[in-house]
Ligand binder design. Structure first.
Ligand SMILES: Nc1ncnc2c1ncn2[C@@H]1O[C@H](COP(=O)(O)OP(=O)(O)OP(=O)(O)O)[C@@H](O)[C@H]1O
Length: 623
């Protein structure tokens, strides 16, 4: 089956599944609406022939007139009921299509697909398709079937009145069908081309409206640059849209002209038939009605075939996304409590085949219950390693073993239940303070005591309790009331504590990953937090990534990542003594503190202030 046909079948199935009864009723209405115009025209013919023909009959005329009126009423009722049914189906399908899309996205276990621009485009089109395409497809299908039935009815009627007109009209329809098909292809191609452009345009628009970006835009004066980029995208889209409009206009003018010519010919023929008496008055009325009706139905069929085709192409992106397998296939085994170790064995990873390797044969062990520090220069691959541990990506070569079991064999949800993490780029959700913490374990949403305990551990409680609505305060302006009441803006460090509370909420997690957890904290808060982390990590397995070497001193083992491999490992004192990369980095950092300390001492000497030198003491004790 071709992808397009597969899309049609899948979409039809989706529509029928979403609203079986309304679809059945709509089918009935569609069939009725297909035959009603012809039967009304036929009733009119009978009325006219009954009052003007040779065999005049008031009784037949009255019966036909009743049929005419009944047909008219039935047409109005059918049309309105069909409209109601279509809207009902549209609403249900939109809900179901979105549910299917987002349910499927949740089955994609990794983040690689989300980082792929091609997938982002498909996703954008699939989102649009889920909202609008099934209903467009449905209304096209309804008009198509209705139009086809009407065409059949009118052709039968014309055959009864004057058969030679039938082949003439059929031939006249062929160019119109071909032209409309080509237009539909262009429309669908246009939609595909626009997707990346719209994505960029929305991206620039969001940047310019984002309060977090507003300060840099103003300070660096890049508003115009971003605006020009956005307007450039709109201009390019406009140019393409205008070209498409022109093409459509040309085709429609030609089709309209053909239509007018066919009407003139039909009127000429009808006049001649009436004058020669070959056809009755009722026959002429039916003939003219049939020609006009046939043209209307043909245009409806051609238009709906075109828009149905365009909708089916758009729907293909939805079905493509729905058919995408997870980049990180789920395993089947449950994840036991970590008893021995998490081990990386000769792990190689790169983000794409055309990008350099980030990890080149990393082998390391995180023993259960141990605190492991991970250090390395910017871009060394520390966060990448964290993503692999959480199975957000799978390595191209090598294995990650959880108590000796390859994590690829473990059920993803079970594995992730055993891991808690503060990512370097943690998320600031546009939700309340409670909800922001509950993200760590959504089951705790209605358990204020647990939320508070996690906040206390992260030293966030005092700040959150003091917010205008306490923990119920919305940490967002997006969903806020117009006057902004009940909302608050947290500082960077306060957000970091919220992210920590989120991680601490998962008290049962075996492996705690902290990727630069204190980067935004002040010195005192950082110190307090490290003391608390030490207590928290006791007995638990943890991996701590931090550029502050002093925070790594307590680690049971420190791993130094360099050039994609573990270059050194050992305890802090051993690594400092070995004089390798760790010692060099540590020395550089200590020198910074020593210099700052010396500056403060000399400044204190100059001004007579005493008691400075916290940084120096810190480094001395470290060394
Ligand atoms: N999603 C991605 N797609 C492609 N390349 C990526 C992606 N994320 C990271 N990289 C690249 O992988 C390399 C390692 O990045 P990673 O974030 O793991 O480093 P890091 O050691 O955590 O750095 P830092 O100390 O700056 O946080 C970098 O060269 C980076 O450009």
């Amino acid at each position: 089956m071709t992808p397009a046909r597969h899309g049609l079948v899948a979409t039809t199935a989706m529509i029928v599944r979403s609203a079986p009864l309304p679809v059945a009723a709509l089918t009935l209405c569609t069939v009725l609406a297909g035959f009603l115009p012809v039967s009304i025209a036929w009733s009119l013919k009978v009325v006219l022939d009954s009052v003007t023909g040779t065999a005049r009959s008031g009784h037949t005329a009255a019966l036909a007139a009743i049929g005419l009126a009944g047909g008219g009423i039935a047409m109005v009722v059918t049309r309105e009921f069909a409209g109601y049914l279509s809207n009902t189906i549209r609403r249900r399908v939109r809900l179901d299509a979105n549910a299917a899309l987002y349910r499927h996205l949740a089955t994609i276990g990794g983040i690689g697909l989300f980082e792929d621009p091609g997938f982002q485009n498909s996703l954008r089109m699939a989102g649009d398709a889920a909202d609008t395409a099934p209903s467009r497809f449905l209304s096209s299908a309804v008009s198509l079937v209705q139009g086809a039935l009407q065409i059949t009815g009118w052709l039968v009627a014309l055959l009864a009145v004057w058969p030679p007109i039938v082949p003439i009209l059929v031939v006249a329809l062929v160019p119109a069908i071909l032209a409309q098909r080509s237009l539909a292809r262009h429309q669908a191609g246009f939609a595909a081309q626009q997707a990346p452009r719209t994505r960029r345009q929305v991206g620039y628009r969001m940047l310019m409206a984002d309060p977090a970006v507003a300060k840099e835009i103003r300070l660096f004066g890049v508003g115009r640059f971003l605006r020009d980029r956005m307007l450039g995208e709109i201009r390019a889209a406009n140019t393409q849209e205008t070209a498409l409009d022109r093409r459509m206009m040309r085709v429609r003018v030609v089709l309209g002209t053909l239509d007018a010519v066919a009407t003139v010919i039909a009127i000429g023929i009808a006049t001649r038939l009436a004058l020669t008496g070959a056809v009755s008055v009722g026959g002429v009325s039916l003939f003219l009605g049939a020609v006009a009706g046939l043209q209307g139905a043909a245009i409806a069929v051609i238009d709906s075939a075109g828009s149905g085709y365009a909708a089916s192409l758009l729907l293909r992106s939805l079905h493509d996304v729905l058919a995408r397998p997870s980049d990180v296939p789920d395993g089947t085994r449950s994840t036991p409590r970590l008893a021995r170790s998490v081990e990386l064995r000769d792990v190689w990873f790169r983000y794409r085949d055309d990008l350099p390797w980030v990890l080149r044969g990393v082998s390391l062990t995180v023993p259960a219950g141990a605190t492991v520090g991970l250090v390395g220069v910017n871009g060394a691959g520390k966060s990448t390693l964290v993503k692999l541990l959480c199975r957000l990506h799978d390595p191209q070569h090598g294995q990650i073993l959880w108590d000796g079991v390859d994590v690829r064999d473990l059920e993803l949800s079970g594995l992730r239940d055993r891991i808690s993490a503060v990512f370097q780029d943690f998320v600031r959700y546009d939700l309340t303070a409670t909800e922001n913490i509950a993200v760590g374990d959504i089951a705790a949403l209605d358990d204020p005591a647990r939320i508070r305990r996690a906040a206390e551990l992260a030293d966030a409680h005092t700040d959150l309790a003091a917010l205008p609505a306490g923990y119920r305060t919305l940490l967002s302006r997006i969903f806020a009331a117009e006057d902004g009441s009940g909302t608050a803006t947290l500082s960077g460090g306060q957000w970091q504590r919220v992210a920590l509370a989120r991680a601490f909420l998962r008290g049962s997690a075996d492996l705690l990953i902290l990727d630069e957890p204190t980067a935004g904290l002040d010195a005192e808060a950082e110190h307090d937090l490290h003391v608390r982390l030490r207590e928290l990590r006791a007995g638990r397995t943890s991996l701590l990534i931090s550029h502050r070497m002093s925070s790594q001193r307590e680690a049971d083992v420190i791993l130094v990542l360099e050039n994609g491999t573990v270059a050194e490992q050992g305890r802090h004192a051993e690594l400092v003594a070995s004089g390798g990369a760790y010692a060099r980095l540590f020395d550089l950092q200590s020198r910074g503190y020593r210099d700052a300390g010396a500056d403060r001492v000399s400044a204190a000497g100059a001004t007579g202030v005493s008691g400075a030198g916290g940084g120096e003491g810190h480094v001395n004790s470290a060394t």
